[in-house]
Design a protein around this ligand. Structure first.
Ligand code: ZN
Length: 541
């Protein structure tokens, strides 16, 4: 049978959540580490079908069915491997690759690759504790790294000379070049990393696939990373993930910081669930990887403009992954410090405070559009509204999307449209409307901001407080508008009747008759009543 490239099926497993895929078929409930439901493969009333998102496997304790995301799709939909893969690829939004099998040569090449990176790491580690590595060691110690931490993260030193090119002289050039550790120039091979503090980059299985090197002489850029290779894709790799994985499960959340030193310090000072993207830009793949464990992420950024921008970017990237049980939050470190400095100067408790004070994605998005657009002008509000609508449309869970939309409608209504607070002054005082009608109006106003805008003069004359939240209106748009118009007509008739009473009493007190006016008012009342009847008649149809 033709096989797909393993890396493609791996990519599907990485991008799709097993729990999501299975939940489309059967309801699952989380109990402990795993999710449970009634087995779709045998008949049962009490759940014995367990799903482990972490391991990527399901297992039924009733009938013994067992497998992964691909076998589940094959069995539950009764389709072959190829169809299952193509359905999952659709779901994950990735293109189907050409069918290709990993050749023995490719497998061999991967093995060679990891062997080279592994021994290079060992060389760098040893050099850190020699005279050549003194500056690097001093630097990393000054950043608060203990020997234990240096060992755990396998931090090392790449010397000024071409150590890798010379030590691996018995290895074929192309194999060495494939790892990104060396390059070829006019004078032969040379090391890509020279005079750098070296942080190995591990894949999710704990293999070293790349390096991040920090300059030690103050030269820019501060960090250089291995350029993408067969086994290392910067966009898909998160620094520290292999160390944080278990904690992300246990704490049921992940924390994303900007730099790798921050990530290491956080992991070792009370926040083992912390990771960092490589370089500054976060990608969709990074978020997909984190969301596989759970959808609770705290993004921790700098409080400055760049940090705000990065946060907005993270926000738009994470929206498609949001579910009603996700908790995505944003924390900001102020005062130009990063988490590493906070931990050092003020300790874990200060950092905990920052994390605890994080704002929800819903609040963050609202606050930032109000900061970035002039929402006290119609133009600014329109721009902000467009951006907000674009964001909301990215949420793929439809029910949740509706709820978020409703929440923002409430905020727009209460915070952008201040007209409801204006008091309407009328020469003729009408009694307040009854509470039942008032409640219907309130829910219409909150559900349909467009209607509220259209009838705002009338609504603001009603002496109703629109401040508190109301339940969603049961009426559809058309009937909601009709309801408002009918109340408006009734109030109009009430007002005309009062005017009529006034004229009549005036006429009694002084002999000047208001007969002309009276006729006019009677005519107006008649017209309004006809309109109202027509409207109510239409409602009954
Ligand atoms: Zn079963």
């Amino acid at each position: 049978m033709a096989k797909f490239d393993n890396s493609f099926t791996d990519e599907l497993r990485q991008r799709l959540s097993l729990v999501d895929v299975i939940s489309r078929r059967i309801p699952l409930v989380k109990k402990g580490q795993n999710y449970w439901g009634c087995c779709p493969f045998h008949n049962e009333k009490t759940p014995s079908f367990s799903v482990s998102e972490d391991k990527g496997f399901y297992h039924c304790f009733g009938c013994g069915e067992h497998g992964d995301i691909i076998s589940f799709t094959m069995k539950s939909e009764n389709v072959d491997f190829k169809t299952a893969i193509s359905e999952l690829a659709d779901m994950a939004g990735v293109k189907m690759p050409e069918i290709k099998q990993k050749t023995p040569e490719q497998k061999q090449a991967e093995e060679n690759y990891v062997k080279i990176t592994e021994s290079a790491t060992q060389i760098y580690q040893d050099l850190l504790y020699t005279d050549a590595g003194k500056t690097a060691l001093d630097y990393i110690k000054k950043r608060g790294f203990s020997d234990e931490m240096i060992k755990k993260y396998r931090i090392g030193y790449a010397p000024k000379n071409n150590i890798i090119s010379s030590k691996f002289s018995n290895v074929k050039q192309d194999k060495l070049i494939a790892t990104g550790l060396v390059r070829i120039g006019n004078y032969g091979l040379y090391d890509f990393f020279r005079d750098k503090l070296m942080f190995p980059i591990f894949n999710a299985h704990g293999q070293i696939v790349a390096f991040s090197g920090r300059s030690l002489d103050g030269s820019e850029p501060k960090y250089i990373n291995t350029t993408d290779t067969e086994l290392f894709h910067k966009r898909q790799t998160i620094f520290g993930f292999n160390f944080a994985r278990d904690a992300i499960h246990k704490q049921n959340r992940s924390i994303v910081v900007e730099g790798q030193i921050d990530a290491i310090q956080m992991q070792n000072h009370g926040f083992p669930e912390t990771v960092a993207p490589l370089g500054t830009a976060l990608t969709e793949d990074h978020i997909a990887l984190l969301c596989k464990s759970n959808r609770n992420i705290i993004f921790c950024f700098d409080g400055d403009n760049a940090g705000q921008k990065a946060a907005i970017r993270a926000c738009t990237l994470v929206l498609p992954f949001l579910r009603d049980n996700s908790d995505v939050r944003f924390a900001f470190v102020s005062g130009g410090k990063d988490p590493d400095e906070i931990l050092k100067s003020s300790g874990e408790s200060a950092m905990k405070k920052i994390i605890d004070n994080s704002v929800s994605l819903i609040d963050f998005l609202w606050d930032s559009i109000n900061k970035n657009y002039l929402t006290n002008t119609p133009n600014g509000r329109a721009q902000a509204d467009k951006f907000l609508k674009e964001c909301i449309s990215k949420i793929s869970d439809k029910i949740f999307q509706n709820e978020i939309e409703q929440e923002y409608n409430n905020r727009k209504f209460n915070q952008w449209h201040k007209w409801k607070k204006q008091k309407y002054v009328s020469e003729i005082e009408l009694p307040d409307i009854d509470s039942m009608t008032e409640n219907v109006i309130k829910s219409i106003v909150q559900t349909y901001p467009e209607i509220a805008e259209k009838y705002l003069d009338f609504l603001s004359s009603l002496n109703i407080s629109f401040d508190e939240k109301s339940p969603k209106s049961d009426l559809d748009f058309e009937n909601a508008e009709k309801f408002i118009v009918s109340v408006k007509l009734q109030r109009h008739i009430q007002k005309l009747n009062q005017e009529k009473q006034k004229i009549l009493s005036d006429a009694l007190n002084n002999q000047n008759s208001g007969a002309e006016n009276l006729k006019e008012i009677d005519e107006k009342i008649k017209q309004a009543q006809e309109k109202l009847e027509l409207l109510l008649d239409m409602n009954n149809k």
